[in-house]
Design a protein around this ligand. Structure first.
Ligand SMILES: *[C@@H]1O[C@H](CO)[C@@H](O)[C@H](O)[C@H]1NC(C)=O
Ligand SMILES: *[C@@H]1O[C@H](CO)[C@@H](O)[C@H](O)[C@H]1NC(C)=O
Length: 208
């Protein structure tokens, strides 16, 4: 009973703190972003175009080493998402292309629109859930889980994803370890790799 009262009070608090005061809050990117997102642009200045994102049109060229081309429609690319808790991305893969293992602050749902990919995630018990997906197939990557995609078809592949945050971020595990400012000796200690292996990775990410 007590638990129920506590739960109910908490629910009311959560609802109140998310009381909806405006229809939408298209980001004013000239002002700094806070933890809840951007300030709103004056609705009187908005047009339909502010609610449309055309950045997914057309073909993609694949030139990077992993063989992918990722087009984000997060709040910084599509300011109308501000405050709505939703975003998208388009993933293009060359032959054999991959999106290396990464995570977001949010969950993600993916649909394949061209080709065939292996998609998967790894949970906190180190259990990997992965399989081949064909056009039209949908897979979910639960919140914050490490996940990845690999083009295993005989053609380029494309998938679209949606994430339940306007600014879900992308943290590529290998970039974090070897492509940032983490010193090589610490990287070596915390990954159990050899110095040669760490230096090979840092060279691959241009930090050695
Ligand atoms: C992705 O494809 C577009 C369109 O061809 C191209 O302009 C862009 O440079 C590509 N991005 C990468 C990272 O290859
Ligand atoms: C956790 O992983 C172990 C070893 O792979 C497996 O046997 C076990 O079933 C997993 N537990 C859960 C809850 O997934």
């Amino acid at each position: 009973m007590n638990n129920l009262v506590v739960f109910f009070s908490f629910s009311v608090l959560v609802c109140l703190s998310h009381a909806i005061e405006v229809d939408f809050c298209v980001a004013d990117r000239s002002l700094p972003r806070g933890p809840e997102g951007y300030a709103c642009r004056d609705p009187a200045t908005l047009t339909t175009d502010d609610f449309v994102y055309t950045g997914f049109r057309g073909g993609r060229t694949i030139t990077n080493v992993p063989g992918n081309n990722v087009t984000l429609a997060f709040v910084d690319q599509f300011p109308a998402l501000n405050g709505l808790g939703i975003s998208m991305a388009r993933l293009d893969f060359g032959l054999g292309g991959v999106i290396p293992v990464h995570s977001h602050r949010t969950s993600e749902v993916l649909i394949v629109s061209r080709g065939s990919i292996i998609a998967g995630f790894i949970d906190t018990n180190n259990t990997a859930y992965y399989r081949r997906l064909e056009v039209g197939d949908v897979m979910i990557f639960p919140q914050a889980m490490l996940h990845f995609q690999v083009n295993v078809g005989t053609t380029p592949a494309t998938a679209f994803v949606s994430l339940n945050g306007a600014n879900p971020a992308i943290q590529f595990t290998m970039n974090s370890l070897f492509g940032g400012n983490l010193p090589a000796d610490i990287a070596q200690q915390i990954t159990l790799l050899s110095n040669a292996e760490v230096m090979r990775m840092k060279r691959a990410f241009g930090t050695a």
